[in-house]
Design a protein around this ligand. Structure first.
Ligand SMILES: Cc1ncc(COP(=O)(O)O)c(C=O)c1O
Length: 213
């Protein structure tokens, strides 16, 4: 009954671990969950209030598919202020969180049998999203001695005529590795030379403890 494409996808290990930790806590076991990356604090009250106000004021109807203008404008301001990047509102698209953005980006770029390069260790959803798009994950292993980061030579070795995308995640879940500006520039040169795309997942850009920016 289930399509071949969806049958290729494994259960989310993150959600399975989180559910197990929750059950263990329910059973009275003192356990800390390292599964889903949820903050250990409550949603700040000004966010709750803004959500309640929006509902009370009837802000409950369809919005433009790509997102509302005010949010796009706030995102452009963020990129200008935090990242020194100049984007226009028509270059920004809103979706329901990082996973949805990544899935949309992968599905928009990949055709069947295209290859998507993913440095390992990786966030578990990347290969599953690639498989769901019909493309094939191609893994570059990394280890402690290289700081869990890939270099241009390793990238070049994996690039074939079928390569479409490199997925880069810095700061990385799960290793915490952060690429320096120079390392990113060197990888960018290889990406441009080989005319492939890079999906840069920077979800943890604010969780850096040793000053790298
Ligand atoms: C590297 C990485 N990217 C994306 C996501 C998904 O983020 P969201 O909850 O916004 O969909 C996660 C969540 O764990 C993640 O670790």
């Amino acid at each position: 009954m289930i399509s071949k494409r969806i049958s290729l996808i494994n259960e989310s290990i993150t959600l399975a671990i989180s559910a197990k930790a929750k059950q263990m806590r329910k059973d009275g076991i003192d356990v800390i969950g390292f599964g889903a990356g949820e903050p250990d604090f409550d949603t700040p009250s000004h966010i709750k209030e803004a959500a309640k106000d929006a509902v009370d004021n009837g802000f409950t109807k369809y919005t433009p598919a790509g997102g509302i203008k005010e949010l796009k404008s706030a995102i452009c301001d963020k990129f200008r202020k935090d990242n020194n990047l100049e984007y226009k509102e028509n270059e920004v698209i809103i979706s329901c969180g990082a996973k949805h953005s990544l899935f949309n980006a992968i599905c928009s770029l990949c055709n069947d049998d295209d290859e998507v390069i993913i440095p390992a260790p990786f966030w578990v959803s990347y290969p599953e999203m690639v498989k769901a798009s019909g493309a094939k994950p191609v893994i570059i292993p990394t280890g402690q001695k290289d700081g869990f980061k890939i270099n241009p030579k390793q990238l070049k070795e994996k690039i074939t005529s079928r390569t479409k995308v490199l997925i880069l995640n810095s700061p990385s879940n799960p290793t915490g590795a952060v690429y320096t500006k120079e390392e990113l520039r060197a990888l960018a040169d290889t990406i441009l030379d080989n005319k492939i795309f890079c999906i840069s997942d920077e979800i943890y850009e604010k969780i850096v403890y040793d000053g790298i920016s």
